[in-house]
Design a protein around this ligand. Sequence first.
Ligand code: ADP
Ligand code: ZN
Ligand code: ZN
Length: 747
Amino acid sequence: MSKLYADIIINISHEALDKVFQYEVPLPLCGEIFVGTRVVVPFGRWNKEQSGYVVGLSETPDYEEEKIKQIIRISTEGTSLEAKLVQLAYWIRENYGSTMIQALRTVLPAAQKVERKQEKIVRLLLSKEETERVLETARKKNRKAQVRLLEEMKEQTVLSWEMVAKKLKISKSTLDRLKEQGILEIQKRNLYRNPISFSISKEIPKKLNMEQQRLIDMFAHDFLNKNYKTYLLHGVTGSGKTEVYMAAIETVLAQGKQAIVLIPEIALTYQTVKRFYQRFGNRVSIMNSRLSKGERYDQMLRARDGEVDIMIGPRSALFTPFQNLGLIVIDEEHENSYKSESIPKYHARETAIARAGMEGASVILGSATPSIESYQKAVTGEFVLWELTKRANPGSRMANVYIEDLREELKSGNRSLFSRRLKAMMEDRLEKGQQIMLFLNRRGYAGFVSCRSCGHVMKCPHCDVSLTAHRGGRLVCHYCGYQVPMPKVCPECQSPYIGTFGTGTQKVEVMVNKEFPQAKVLRMDMDTTRKKNSYEEILSAFSNGEADILIGTQMIVKGHDFSNTTLVGILAADMSLYANDFRASERTFQLLTQAAGRAGRGALAGDVVIQTYHPEHYSIVTAAAQDYHQFYEQEIAYREFLQYPPVYQMMVVFIGCDQLDIGQAAANMLGKELRRQTADLDGYWVIGPSQATITKVKDVYRHVIYVKHKDYEALTRMKDLLEHYMEDKGIFEKAVVAFDFNPMIGY
Ligand code: ADP
Ligand code: ZN
Ligand code: ZN
């Protein structure tokens, strides 16, 4: 039997991760030592006993054998938090492909010095009754800013300056006036480590309705019996999902355990977080990209030390080092941002389920439009399916949805961006002083070619994805390499109006200004939201009624209550339909459903106009009908037919290289090796290598190979074989290879 060597990290901090020491595993311990095992080793010149973690195992020593010391014993101290996180890192490394160091860096927070900062705060000096009286007067005199401020301060008597100035948009002069009248004072204080530090009065939980209560009873029953499961909560926006999360968290906290709540960064608004604070007070902490690295690290320490029980944050909050994790909630579980774009390309949903499995915790996934992956698992019984079928707020209604066929508009001579119906409705709302959102669907837009007369889109006959226009007049399929020359006229209707279709938000703004010169317009896109907080500022300006029309990309469909918005126009619904990506229909459905959900949330009835060249496409028809189940049935059949995830598992082998010929050669070598390895095995599909859709980024040439199989582990096996194959070949020092499983993006 050959010897076994273990790579051991003594000091498990982010900074020391590169310092791995190799030790020999004594024979009697061979079957008992795994990645993540805590061991005691002789360390340094004096061989002092130190404990460390095993992060890798191999049969070949990296040094002269005489110099390698032996592990003394397995540490008997109970499984520590770190051991669990090391095991999670190992799981990530195995399932998504990366080095152990990369995986550990993902899982362990980087230590950061925290600079203490001071902040300005505004404090209310009046009693509740006095505040009411002042509010009454302010309302009568129509002092809107005062009303806004006092309404907020009625609940929270201390607000940060930032909150007052940026979110509530209260001017300096208003504040000075209130100060002079002795209504409030302005002070400086040390910035508390908790990013939301002002006191919020607790709110009594809502009485759950029958649907909600049934789910929570089920959850509590499972949880108390240590039967930890994954639940998929499917419910339209406003059906009371957040109330269910909070009730489940309460059950978990009552057992002395902690909870992590993942929310996409873009939806991590003040309004969402506030509800958790109102319910759980200062046991809640939040993490987002607006916090400095130091502040984020601080939140991790607070969690580890038991100062907080609930962590709310985007993807990375999944690695919050709670000692006794009981629940992970993932809201908007279908969101792309849960997948990491850098190596390791882990998916927070799958990783959450893995972490929960290791630590004895439950998982709740929630969405109005669940991912096809999750819904399939719910249908097959791997997850527990929970459905909320009604809006929880009796006052709110679903909007009326109209589908407008843009081909008909062109036929009748209307070449404007706005269909006749949308234009008429916009005029009507402007007259009534109600607000309008115009939504431009640009996600996944990648230069597809379509006909403006008949809507025909140039597609690959083998893959059912749109072809991408390349310079030099060629159309290329990036899944299989199929090519055709760019047609001069539409192959369907012979119209000359065929070409790449692209409309930016800026262009829409120009058109709106031209057709509705009297309207005040706000625009939200990558250009206007580059600054910190500008995203929130634009949305709050709009919900404060500072504009009639908000134009935006998918960013505008999230968060905020726009109760005066009674019309949503979706200008070109098909734009995301022909991305070179098998998830194109799913994204379209999700975006349209969310955009439609924006209209008529208040007391006023809402209308939604979906403009499209493909009114018959199932993702548009089912989104208009707000019928998720119908959409799912069609989509899963499509995935099955074309062998895409989740029916088949897919691995992308991505090869990046600054020299085209070397990149190509490396890709060819990997393609050949994959074919050799899979030749005698059942169920594998190897597609490519081919150039990626975007052939070059920052002077790096990109190639891809797709491997499909019904079984995920069959793919990770191939990943392991390729990693091994690349080890001793110099070319892979120049060509960088990355793996992406069940990708969220088109390559
Ligand atoms: P979702 O998370 O599904 O969008 P929320 O939990 O935010 O739904 O609920 C939508 C609205 O309905 C909120 O204003 C919430 O306070 C209210 N609500 C939820 N559950 C109840 C309930 N059981 N009784 C009364 N109001 C409720
Ligand atoms: Zn045509
Ligand atoms: Zn093709």
